[in-house]
Design a protein around this ligand. Structure first.
Ligand SMILES: NC(=O)c1ccc[n+]([C@@H]2O[C@H](COP(=O)([O-])OP(=O)(O)OC[C@H]3O[C@@H](n4cnc5c(N)ncnc54)[C@H](O)[C@@H]3O)[C@@H](O)[C@H]2O)c1
Length: 413
Protein backbone atom coordinates (compact mmCIF):
# COMPACT_ATOMS: atom_id res chain seq x y z
CA UNK A 1 0.00 0.00 0.00
CA UNK A 2 1.33 3.47 -0.86
CA UNK A 3 1.95 6.06 1.82
CA UNK A 4 -0.18 9.13 2.43
CA UNK A 5 1.21 12.24 0.70
CA UNK A 6 0.63 15.80 1.88
CA UNK A 7 -1.67 18.01 -0.21
CA UNK A 8 -2.91 14.97 -2.09
CA UNK A 9 -6.64 14.79 -2.67
CA UNK A 10 -8.63 11.78 -3.85
CA UNK A 11 -12.03 12.52 -5.36
CA UNK A 12 -14.51 9.68 -5.74
CA UNK A 13 -16.68 10.34 -8.81
CA UNK A 14 -15.37 12.35 -11.77
CA UNK A 15 -18.56 13.94 -13.05
CA UNK A 16 -20.14 17.39 -13.02
CA UNK A 17 -19.03 17.87 -9.40
CA UNK A 18 -15.85 15.80 -9.07
CA UNK A 19 -13.94 16.98 -12.12
CA UNK A 20 -14.41 20.74 -11.56
CA UNK A 21 -13.44 20.18 -7.91
CA UNK A 22 -10.30 18.39 -9.11
CA UNK A 23 -9.32 21.34 -11.30
CA UNK A 24 -10.06 23.88 -8.55
CA UNK A 25 -7.90 21.90 -6.09
CA UNK A 26 -5.07 21.69 -8.64
CA UNK A 27 -5.23 25.47 -9.07
CA UNK A 28 -4.79 25.70 -5.31
CA UNK A 29 -1.67 23.52 -5.36
CA UNK A 30 -3.15 20.08 -4.66
CA UNK A 31 -2.29 16.87 -6.48
CA UNK A 32 -5.48 15.01 -7.37
CA UNK A 33 -6.34 11.36 -7.86
CA UNK A 34 -9.72 11.09 -9.57
CA UNK A 35 -11.37 7.76 -8.80
CA UNK A 36 -14.34 6.65 -10.88
CA UNK A 37 -15.80 3.18 -11.34
CA UNK A 38 -16.83 3.88 -14.94
CA UNK A 39 -13.87 2.57 -16.93
CA UNK A 40 -14.74 4.25 -20.24
CA UNK A 41 -14.97 7.65 -18.52
CA UNK A 42 -11.62 7.15 -16.79
CA UNK A 43 -9.97 6.32 -20.14
CA UNK A 44 -11.61 9.31 -21.79
CA UNK A 45 -10.38 11.64 -19.03
CA UNK A 46 -6.85 10.22 -19.10
CA UNK A 47 -6.79 10.81 -22.89
CA UNK A 48 -7.38 14.48 -22.05
CA UNK A 49 -10.98 14.62 -23.23
CA UNK A 50 -13.24 16.29 -20.68
CA UNK A 51 -16.70 14.76 -20.15
CA UNK A 52 -18.13 17.98 -18.65
CA UNK A 53 -18.69 21.39 -20.26
CA UNK A 54 -17.20 23.38 -17.38
CA UNK A 55 -13.75 21.86 -17.84
CA UNK A 56 -11.97 22.30 -21.14
CA UNK A 57 -9.79 19.62 -22.73
CA UNK A 58 -6.87 22.08 -22.57
CA UNK A 59 -7.24 22.54 -18.80
CA UNK A 60 -7.47 18.81 -18.24
CA UNK A 61 -4.51 18.06 -20.53
CA UNK A 62 -2.36 20.67 -18.78
CA UNK A 63 -3.07 19.05 -15.39
CA UNK A 64 -2.26 15.56 -16.72
CA UNK A 65 0.96 16.77 -18.38
CA UNK A 66 2.09 18.50 -15.21
CA UNK A 67 1.67 15.20 -13.35
CA UNK A 68 -0.80 16.69 -10.83
CA UNK A 69 -3.88 14.79 -11.99
CA UNK A 70 -4.71 11.24 -12.94
CA UNK A 71 -8.00 9.37 -13.16
CA UNK A 72 -8.21 5.74 -12.09
CA UNK A 73 -10.67 2.97 -11.34
CA UNK A 74 -8.35 1.65 -8.65
CA UNK A 75 -9.63 2.55 -5.18
CA UNK A 76 -6.32 1.55 -3.54
CA UNK A 77 -4.87 4.82 -4.90
CA UNK A 78 -6.78 6.73 -2.18
CA UNK A 79 -4.27 5.50 0.40
CA UNK A 80 -1.97 8.31 -0.86
CA UNK A 81 -4.54 10.98 -0.05
CA UNK A 82 -4.69 13.19 3.02
CA UNK A 83 -8.22 14.23 2.01
CA UNK A 84 -10.86 12.10 0.27
CA UNK A 85 -14.04 13.70 -1.04
CA UNK A 86 -17.03 11.66 -2.17
CA UNK A 87 -18.85 13.14 -5.19
CA UNK A 88 -21.02 10.31 -6.48
CA UNK A 89 -24.65 10.53 -7.61
CA UNK A 90 -27.49 10.32 -5.11
CA UNK A 91 -30.52 9.57 -7.31
CA UNK A 92 -34.05 8.37 -6.60
CA UNK A 93 -35.11 4.74 -6.87
CA UNK A 94 -38.13 3.49 -8.80
CA UNK A 95 -40.42 4.52 -5.92
CA UNK A 96 -38.93 8.04 -6.11
CA UNK A 97 -37.18 7.57 -2.77
CA UNK A 98 -33.49 8.19 -1.91
CA UNK A 99 -31.18 5.63 -3.48
CA UNK A 100 -27.85 5.64 -1.66
CA UNK A 101 -26.47 2.54 -3.37
CA UNK A 102 -23.69 4.45 -5.14
CA UNK A 103 -22.80 6.47 -2.07
CA UNK A 104 -22.60 3.30 0.02
CA UNK A 105 -20.49 1.57 -2.61
CA UNK A 106 -18.13 4.57 -2.73
CA UNK A 107 -17.73 4.37 1.06
CA UNK A 108 -17.14 0.61 0.86
CA UNK A 109 -14.63 1.20 -1.97
CA UNK A 110 -12.48 3.69 -0.07
CA UNK A 111 -12.73 2.17 3.42
CA UNK A 112 -9.96 -0.50 3.17
CA UNK A 113 -7.53 2.16 1.86
CA UNK A 114 -8.15 5.11 4.18
CA UNK A 115 -4.85 6.02 5.81
CA UNK A 116 -4.49 7.16 9.41
CA UNK A 117 -5.45 10.83 9.93
CA UNK A 118 -7.25 11.12 6.58
CA UNK A 119 -10.12 13.56 6.26
CA UNK A 120 -13.16 12.01 4.52
CA UNK A 121 -15.73 14.50 3.23
CA UNK A 122 -19.07 13.83 1.62
CA UNK A 123 -20.01 16.39 -1.03
CA UNK A 124 -22.92 14.37 -2.42
CA UNK A 125 -26.38 15.77 -1.72
CA UNK A 126 -28.41 13.70 0.73
CA UNK A 127 -30.76 13.90 3.70
CA UNK A 128 -29.48 14.92 7.14
CA UNK A 129 -27.80 12.03 8.91
CA UNK A 130 -26.25 10.46 5.81
CA UNK A 131 -22.65 11.13 6.84
CA UNK A 132 -23.16 10.02 10.44
CA UNK A 133 -25.49 7.06 9.88
CA UNK A 134 -24.29 5.63 6.56
CA UNK A 135 -20.79 6.72 5.57
CA UNK A 136 -19.03 6.77 8.94
CA UNK A 137 -20.17 3.28 10.09
CA UNK A 138 -19.09 1.80 6.73
CA UNK A 139 -15.65 3.44 6.76
CA UNK A 140 -14.98 2.77 10.43
CA UNK A 141 -15.93 -0.90 10.15
CA UNK A 142 -13.79 -1.59 7.06
CA UNK A 143 -10.79 0.76 7.47
CA UNK A 144 -7.25 -0.64 8.01
CA UNK A 145 -6.43 -1.44 11.64
CA UNK A 146 -3.61 1.10 11.75
CA UNK A 147 -5.92 3.92 10.62
CA UNK A 148 -6.63 4.83 14.21
CA UNK A 149 -8.16 8.23 13.53
CA UNK A 150 -10.20 9.22 10.50
CA UNK A 151 -11.80 12.68 10.32
CA UNK A 152 -15.25 13.18 8.80
CA UNK A 153 -17.18 16.17 7.47
CA UNK A 154 -20.04 17.06 5.19
CA UNK A 155 -19.55 19.88 2.65
CA UNK A 156 -22.39 19.71 0.13
CA UNK A 157 -21.43 20.77 -3.35
CA UNK A 158 -23.14 23.89 -4.75
CA UNK A 159 -21.71 23.94 -8.29
CA UNK A 160 -24.05 25.22 -11.01
CA UNK A 161 -22.82 23.71 -14.30
CA UNK A 162 -22.57 26.21 -17.14
CA UNK A 163 -22.62 29.22 -14.79
CA UNK A 164 -20.21 31.86 -16.11
CA UNK A 165 -19.97 33.65 -12.73
CA UNK A 166 -20.21 31.22 -9.83
CA UNK A 167 -17.72 28.37 -9.57
CA UNK A 168 -15.91 26.15 -7.06
CA UNK A 169 -13.61 28.97 -6.00
CA UNK A 170 -15.95 31.89 -5.46
CA UNK A 171 -18.99 30.00 -4.13
CA UNK A 172 -18.85 29.86 -0.31
CA UNK A 173 -18.73 26.30 0.98
CA UNK A 174 -20.68 25.00 3.98
CA UNK A 175 -18.65 22.77 6.25
CA UNK A 176 -20.09 20.71 9.11
CA UNK A 177 -17.99 18.03 10.79
CA UNK A 178 -18.47 15.41 13.48
CA UNK A 179 -15.92 16.84 15.93
CA UNK A 180 -13.73 19.89 16.39
CA UNK A 181 -10.58 18.38 14.86
CA UNK A 182 -12.48 17.23 11.78
CA UNK A 183 -14.04 20.67 11.50
CA UNK A 184 -10.67 22.44 11.63
CA UNK A 185 -9.20 20.12 8.99
CA UNK A 186 -12.20 20.46 6.71
CA UNK A 187 -12.21 24.25 7.05
CA UNK A 188 -8.48 24.33 6.26
CA UNK A 189 -9.02 22.13 3.18
CA UNK A 190 -11.91 24.18 1.77
CA UNK A 191 -10.19 27.39 2.83
CA UNK A 192 -7.34 26.36 0.52
CA UNK A 193 -9.56 25.95 -2.56
CA UNK A 194 -12.52 28.28 -1.97
CA UNK A 195 -12.66 31.99 -1.19
CA UNK A 196 -14.89 31.29 1.81
CA UNK A 197 -15.64 28.22 3.92
CA UNK A 198 -18.68 28.69 6.18
CA UNK A 199 -18.59 26.74 9.43
CA UNK A 200 -21.80 25.15 10.70
CA UNK A 201 -22.22 23.20 13.93
CA UNK A 202 -22.93 19.69 12.58
CA UNK A 203 -22.89 17.69 9.34
CA UNK A 204 -26.70 17.51 9.61
CA UNK A 205 -26.99 21.31 9.40
CA UNK A 206 -24.86 21.34 6.23
CA UNK A 207 -26.87 18.46 4.72
CA UNK A 208 -30.21 20.12 5.60
CA UNK A 209 -29.05 23.51 4.26
CA UNK A 210 -28.31 21.95 0.87
CA UNK A 211 -31.82 20.46 0.74
CA UNK A 212 -33.30 23.81 1.74
CA UNK A 213 -31.40 25.62 -1.03
CA UNK A 214 -32.65 23.32 -3.76
CA UNK A 215 -36.16 23.03 -2.35
CA UNK A 216 -36.33 26.83 -2.32
CA UNK A 217 -35.73 26.74 -6.06
CA UNK A 218 -38.25 23.94 -6.64
CA UNK A 219 -41.12 25.67 -4.84
CA UNK A 220 -40.44 29.06 -6.42
CA UNK A 221 -40.31 27.51 -9.88
CA UNK A 222 -43.60 25.74 -9.10
CA UNK A 223 -45.14 29.00 -7.94
CA UNK A 224 -44.18 30.74 -11.15
CA UNK A 225 -45.30 27.78 -13.26
CA UNK A 226 -48.71 27.94 -11.58
CA UNK A 227 -48.81 31.71 -11.87
CA UNK A 228 -48.05 31.41 -15.60
CA UNK A 229 -51.13 29.29 -16.11
CA UNK A 230 -53.26 31.81 -14.21
CA UNK A 231 -51.91 34.68 -16.33
CA UNK A 232 -52.27 32.78 -19.57
CA UNK A 233 -55.94 31.98 -18.80
CA UNK A 234 -56.66 35.71 -18.62
CA UNK A 235 -54.41 36.84 -21.47
CA UNK A 236 -51.67 38.46 -19.38
CA UNK A 237 -48.00 38.03 -20.32
CA UNK A 238 -46.40 36.46 -17.25
CA UNK A 239 -42.92 37.66 -18.18
CA UNK A 240 -44.07 41.26 -18.16
CA UNK A 241 -45.59 40.61 -14.73
CA UNK A 242 -42.32 39.08 -13.45
CA UNK A 243 -40.32 42.02 -14.84
CA UNK A 244 -42.75 44.42 -13.19
CA UNK A 245 -42.52 42.66 -9.80
CA UNK A 246 -38.73 42.60 -10.12
CA UNK A 247 -38.62 46.37 -9.95
CA UNK A 248 -39.24 46.00 -6.21
CA UNK A 249 -35.79 46.38 -4.69
CA UNK A 250 -36.38 44.02 -1.75
CA UNK A 251 -38.40 40.93 -0.86
CA UNK A 252 -38.79 39.58 -4.41
CA UNK A 253 -36.63 37.31 -6.52
CA UNK A 254 -37.56 36.52 -10.12
CA UNK A 255 -38.07 32.92 -11.26
CA UNK A 256 -39.16 32.03 -14.80
CA UNK A 257 -41.63 29.42 -16.00
CA UNK A 258 -40.57 26.51 -18.18
CA UNK A 259 -41.35 22.98 -19.31
CA UNK A 260 -40.72 21.75 -15.77
CA UNK A 261 -37.62 21.08 -13.72
CA UNK A 262 -34.74 18.85 -14.70
CA UNK A 263 -31.18 17.88 -13.94
CA UNK A 264 -29.65 15.94 -11.17
CA UNK A 265 -30.63 18.26 -8.34
CA UNK A 266 -33.81 20.35 -8.38
CA UNK A 267 -36.30 17.55 -9.19
CA UNK A 268 -34.45 15.05 -6.98
CA UNK A 269 -33.18 16.74 -3.81
CA UNK A 270 -36.59 17.96 -2.55
CA UNK A 271 -37.75 14.33 -2.61
CA UNK A 272 -34.87 13.51 -0.26
CA UNK A 273 -36.42 16.17 1.96
CA UNK A 274 -39.99 14.81 1.72
CA UNK A 275 -38.71 11.26 2.39
CA UNK A 276 -36.66 12.43 5.38
CA UNK A 277 -39.69 14.35 6.73
CA UNK A 278 -41.84 11.20 6.49
CA UNK A 279 -39.16 9.20 8.33
CA UNK A 280 -39.51 11.73 11.14
CA UNK A 281 -43.30 11.47 11.15
CA UNK A 282 -44.01 14.81 9.45
CA UNK A 283 -45.36 15.65 6.03
CA UNK A 284 -43.72 18.20 3.71
CA UNK A 285 -47.07 18.93 2.03
CA UNK A 286 -46.00 22.23 0.48
CA UNK A 287 -42.97 20.66 -1.20
CA UNK A 288 -45.03 17.70 -2.45
CA UNK A 289 -47.54 20.08 -3.96
CA UNK A 290 -44.75 22.03 -5.71
CA UNK A 291 -43.40 18.77 -7.11
CA UNK A 292 -46.82 17.89 -8.59
CA UNK A 293 -47.24 21.35 -10.17
CA UNK A 294 -43.86 21.07 -11.89
CA UNK A 295 -44.66 17.54 -13.04
CA UNK A 296 -47.86 18.77 -14.69
CA UNK A 297 -46.01 21.40 -16.76
CA UNK A 298 -44.94 19.21 -19.72
CA UNK A 299 -48.62 18.35 -20.33
CA UNK A 300 -49.60 22.01 -20.10
CA UNK A 301 -46.89 22.98 -22.60
CA UNK A 302 -47.90 20.18 -24.96
CA UNK A 303 -51.55 21.25 -24.88
CA UNK A 304 -50.60 24.87 -25.53
CA UNK A 305 -48.44 23.87 -28.51
CA UNK A 306 -51.09 21.58 -29.99
CA UNK A 307 -53.68 24.35 -29.66
CA UNK A 308 -51.52 26.39 -32.09
CA UNK A 309 -51.97 23.77 -34.84
CA UNK A 310 -54.90 23.79 -37.25
CA UNK A 311 -57.56 21.38 -35.92
CA UNK A 312 -57.82 19.68 -39.33
CA UNK A 313 -54.31 18.23 -38.85
CA UNK A 314 -54.83 14.93 -37.05
CA UNK A 315 -51.16 14.01 -36.61
CA UNK A 316 -49.30 17.30 -36.21
CA UNK A 317 -45.56 17.37 -36.63
CA UNK A 318 -43.94 18.97 -33.60
CA UNK A 319 -40.30 20.01 -33.43
CA UNK A 320 -38.82 20.37 -29.93
CA UNK A 321 -35.93 22.82 -29.75
CA UNK A 322 -33.56 22.03 -26.90
CA UNK A 323 -33.83 18.81 -24.91
CA UNK A 324 -31.13 19.39 -22.27
CA UNK A 325 -32.63 20.32 -18.92
CA UNK A 326 -31.13 23.81 -19.09
CA UNK A 327 -29.40 26.19 -21.44
CA UNK A 328 -25.69 25.86 -22.16
CA UNK A 329 -25.26 22.20 -21.16
CA UNK A 330 -25.76 18.89 -22.93
CA UNK A 331 -27.07 17.26 -19.73
CA UNK A 332 -30.38 15.48 -20.30
CA UNK A 333 -30.73 13.87 -16.88
CA UNK A 334 -34.30 14.16 -15.58
CA UNK A 335 -35.11 16.55 -18.43
CA UNK A 336 -38.83 17.43 -18.38
CA UNK A 337 -38.66 17.37 -22.19
CA UNK A 338 -38.99 13.55 -22.04
CA UNK A 339 -42.48 13.89 -20.56
CA UNK A 340 -43.30 16.63 -23.06
CA UNK A 341 -42.32 14.38 -25.97
CA UNK A 342 -44.22 11.39 -24.54
CA UNK A 343 -47.39 13.38 -23.99
CA UNK A 344 -47.26 14.89 -27.48
CA UNK A 345 -46.88 11.40 -28.93
CA UNK A 346 -49.77 10.09 -26.83
CA UNK A 347 -51.89 12.82 -28.44
CA UNK A 348 -51.03 11.54 -31.92
CA UNK A 349 -48.22 13.99 -32.75
CA UNK A 350 -45.12 13.10 -34.68
CA UNK A 351 -42.23 14.50 -32.65
CA UNK A 352 -38.63 15.33 -33.60
CA UNK A 353 -36.00 17.26 -31.69
CA UNK A 354 -33.01 19.48 -32.25
CA UNK A 355 -30.28 20.39 -29.74
CA UNK A 356 -26.79 21.52 -30.80
CA UNK A 357 -25.31 20.25 -27.51
CA UNK A 358 -26.95 16.81 -27.45
CA UNK A 359 -25.76 14.34 -30.11
CA UNK A 360 -28.05 11.43 -29.11
CA UNK A 361 -31.03 11.40 -26.74
CA UNK A 362 -32.76 8.29 -25.41
CA UNK A 363 -31.68 6.31 -28.45
CA UNK A 364 -32.84 8.87 -31.02
CA UNK A 365 -30.95 11.30 -33.23
CA UNK A 366 -31.67 15.01 -33.69
CA UNK A 367 -33.06 16.51 -36.86
CA UNK A 368 -31.91 19.78 -38.40
CA UNK A 369 -34.01 22.90 -38.52
CA UNK A 370 -35.22 22.10 -42.05
CA UNK A 371 -37.44 19.35 -40.63
CA UNK A 372 -40.93 20.17 -41.78
CA UNK A 373 -43.14 20.84 -38.78
CA UNK A 374 -46.54 22.33 -37.93
CA UNK A 375 -45.35 23.90 -34.70
CA UNK A 376 -42.09 24.15 -32.79
CA UNK A 377 -41.60 24.29 -29.03
CA UNK A 378 -38.57 26.18 -27.77
CA UNK A 379 -38.03 24.13 -24.63
CA UNK A 380 -34.38 24.99 -23.87
CA UNK A 381 -32.56 27.80 -25.59
CA UNK A 382 -29.11 26.53 -26.52
CA UNK A 383 -26.29 28.79 -27.65
CA UNK A 384 -26.00 28.81 -31.42
CA UNK A 385 -29.55 27.66 -32.02
CA UNK A 386 -30.70 29.26 -35.29
CA UNK A 387 -34.47 29.26 -34.66
CA UNK A 388 -34.82 32.34 -36.86
CA UNK A 389 -34.76 29.88 -39.74
CA UNK A 390 -38.15 28.61 -38.57
CA UNK A 391 -39.59 32.08 -38.26
CA UNK A 392 -38.54 32.90 -41.81
CA UNK A 393 -40.41 29.80 -42.97
CA UNK A 394 -43.50 31.04 -41.09
CA UNK A 395 -43.49 28.22 -38.54
CA UNK A 396 -45.19 29.05 -35.25
CA UNK A 397 -43.13 28.68 -32.10
CA UNK A 398 -44.26 28.22 -28.51
CA UNK A 399 -41.44 29.87 -26.56
CA UNK A 400 -40.95 28.40 -23.07
CA UNK A 401 -37.76 30.38 -22.50
CA UNK A 402 -38.80 34.01 -22.90
CA UNK A 403 -36.08 34.52 -25.49
CA UNK A 404 -37.90 35.45 -28.71
CA UNK A 405 -39.43 38.87 -28.43
CA UNK A 406 -41.99 40.63 -30.57
CA UNK A 407 -41.98 38.21 -33.52
CA UNK A 408 -45.12 37.18 -35.35
CA UNK A 409 -45.92 33.51 -34.97
CA UNK A 410 -44.31 33.27 -31.53
CA UNK A 411 -46.31 32.65 -28.39
CA UNK A 412 -44.90 32.65 -24.93
CA UNK A 413 -45.99 30.17 -22.24
N1 LIG B 1 -24.45 18.26 -11.15
C1 LIG B 1 -24.74 19.28 -10.35
O1 LIG B 1 -25.07 20.37 -10.81
C2 LIG B 1 -24.64 19.14 -8.85
C3 LIG B 1 -24.59 20.30 -8.07
C4 LIG B 1 -24.49 20.20 -6.70
C5 LIG B 1 -24.49 18.93 -6.11
N2 LIG B 1 -24.57 17.81 -6.89
C6 LIG B 1 -24.54 16.51 -6.21
O2 LIG B 1 -23.24 15.97 -6.36
C7 LIG B 1 -23.29 14.55 -6.47
C8 LIG B 1 -22.61 14.10 -7.75
O3 LIG B 1 -23.32 14.60 -8.85
P1 LIG B 1 -22.70 14.74 -10.31
O4 LIG B 1 -23.63 15.63 -11.06
O5 LIG B 1 -21.26 15.08 -10.28
O6 LIG B 1 -22.84 13.25 -10.86
P2 LIG B 1 -22.20 12.67 -12.22
O7 LIG B 1 -23.08 11.55 -12.64
O8 LIG B 1 -21.90 13.77 -13.18
O9 LIG B 1 -20.80 12.08 -11.75
C9 LIG B 1 -20.70 11.10 -10.80
C10 LIG B 1 -19.57 10.16 -11.18
O10 LIG B 1 -19.47 9.21 -10.12
C11 LIG B 1 -19.15 7.93 -10.68
N3 LIG B 1 -19.53 6.93 -9.69
C12 LIG B 1 -20.77 6.50 -9.37
N4 LIG B 1 -20.71 5.62 -8.37
C13 LIG B 1 -19.41 5.49 -8.05
C14 LIG B 1 -18.71 4.71 -7.09
N5 LIG B 1 -19.37 3.94 -6.24
N6 LIG B 1 -17.38 4.80 -7.07
C15 LIG B 1 -16.70 5.61 -7.92
N7 LIG B 1 -17.31 6.37 -8.84
C16 LIG B 1 -18.66 6.31 -8.90
C17 LIG B 1 -19.93 7.91 -11.97
O11 LIG B 1 -19.35 7.01 -12.89
C18 LIG B 1 -19.81 9.38 -12.45
O12 LIG B 1 -18.70 9.55 -13.31
C19 LIG B 1 -24.77 14.19 -6.36
O13 LIG B 1 -25.10 13.93 -5.02
C20 LIG B 1 -25.46 15.47 -6.80
O14 LIG B 1 -26.75 15.57 -6.28
C21 LIG B 1 -24.62 17.89 -8.24
Amino acid sequence: MSVQQPKTLAIIGQGYVGLPLAMAAIDAGWTVIGVDNFEAKVSQINRGSSPVEDISDAQLQAAILKGVYKATTDFSAVSQASVITICVPTPLDEKRQPDLTLLRSAAIGIAPFVSNETLVVSESTSYPGTLRDIIIPVVNSLKPRDSLKVYFASAPERVNPGDPIWNQKNTPRLVGAIDEESQQRALAFYGSICDAAVSVSTPEVAEAAKLLENTFRLVNIALINEFTQLCSASGINVHEVIDAASSKPYGFMPFRPGVGVGGHCIPVDPLYLTWWARQNGVAAAFVESADSINHAMPKYVARRALSMVDVSIKHPKVLILGVAYKSGVGDVRETPVSELRDYLKSQGAEVAWHDPLVPVWEGSNPVDLDWNCDVAILATKQPGMQFNKLLTKGIQILDCTNSIEGQTGVKSI
